[in-house]
Design a protein around this ligand. Structure first.
Ligand SMILES: [Fe+2]
Length: 300
């Protein structure tokens, strides 16, 4: 059975106050006062009806810790774990208290073949509180489609793609070689874009590209171009490094810009991503990243 969605992400940060400000004032999520789980050593950001989508924990260094994936039911979870065990994948069960902390019924920890940590669980525990953005973002396109997408480093690219497809039930959406450096000697970077059991074009992309922060970028989608432009204004006003100008991707047709987070990786903030019907979709092989725009500035 296929994984349903990217439910949340766990991030370690040396400066959780910077993340609280960035989360509220730039992203437009709501920092929870306190959900009772972590107290002063963490910040949880709410984006929709799920009690949190980002959990930022106080740490010595800044690093993307884990992507939190969920199955749609316990039956799917049990079947998924059986498949992983049969393939010899090491699973570390989390305690009941840890599952409660993540607003799940159960989860396990495991690594993909490139060493990225996954938390894999089930249980859509909601608290009935509405999401109200502190800066007026109308809403985030999340819900059944999950948090957005995460792009992770995958130096064992083929093996890691096979892990997500064969063992977790993902499907191919697109693949490409990105020639970011340019010039005749640029070997390009291999990427695979994969979807899970919801209409988002890709919930994960794997890049054959080392990322010291543990993440290449995460994407959040909002409903309108105005909401993207307003986020860009907030980012510039806050002095946030803009990693890429506004542009439109070839594969998911997302209109977006990229900005740096306090933990060193980027957030793509966009709108208009396509939602293919997977029963009729043919995966693409894109010859370039963008229809237009997305001019990168890696400094900052
Ligand atoms: Fe992206």
């Amino acid at each position: 059975m296929a994984v349903k969605s990217l439910a949340y992400a766990v991030i370690d940060s040396a400066d959780i106050d910077a993340w609280r400000r960035y989360g509220e004032e730039v992203i437009g999520a709501r920092a929870l006062e306190n959900t009772g789980e972590g107290g002063a050593d963490e910040v949880r950001l709410r984006f929709d009806e799920r009690p949190f989508r980002l959990l930022i924990r106080k740490a010595d260094a800044d690093r993307f810790h884990a992507a939190g994936w969920v199955y749609g039911s316990k039956a799917d979870y049990d079947a998924g774990l059986a498949k992983l065990r049969a393939a010899g994948v090491a699973l570390e069960p989390a305690s009941a208290a840890e599952a409660k902390d993540r607003h799940l019924r159960e989860f396990v920890r495991l690594n993909d073949p490139s060493g990225n940590l996954l938390e894999l669980g089930w249980g859509n525990i909601v608290d009935g509180k509405p999401f109200i953005s502190p800066v007026g973002v109308p809403h985030f396109e999340m819900g059944e489609m999950g948090l957005g997408h995460v792009v992770l480093p995958a130096m064992k690219l083929a093996e890691t793609r096979a892990f997500y497809i064969d063992l977790l039930g993902f499907g191919d959406s697109d693949e490409m070689r990105a020639f970011v450096q340019g010039g005749p000697d640029d070997p390009g970077i291999g990427f695979h874009f994969l979807h899970c059991d919801n209409p988002r074009h890709h919930s994960i992309a794997l890049g054959e590209y080392p990322a010291p922060s543990g993440c290449i970028h995460m994407m959040f989608e909002v409903p309108t171009l105005d909401a993207v432009g307003q986020a860009l204004d907030r980012a510039i006003a806050a002095g946030t490094h803009i990693s890429s100008s506004f542009g439109k991707h070839m594969n998911d047709k997302m209109y977006s810009f990229y900005m740096r987070t306090p933990s060193g990786f980027d957030i793509e903030y966009g709108t208009g991503g396509i939602r293919p019907d997977w029963t009729t979709f043919t995966p693409t092989i894109s010859l370039k990243e963008d229809e237009w725009g997305h001019h990168w500035n890696f400094g900052g």
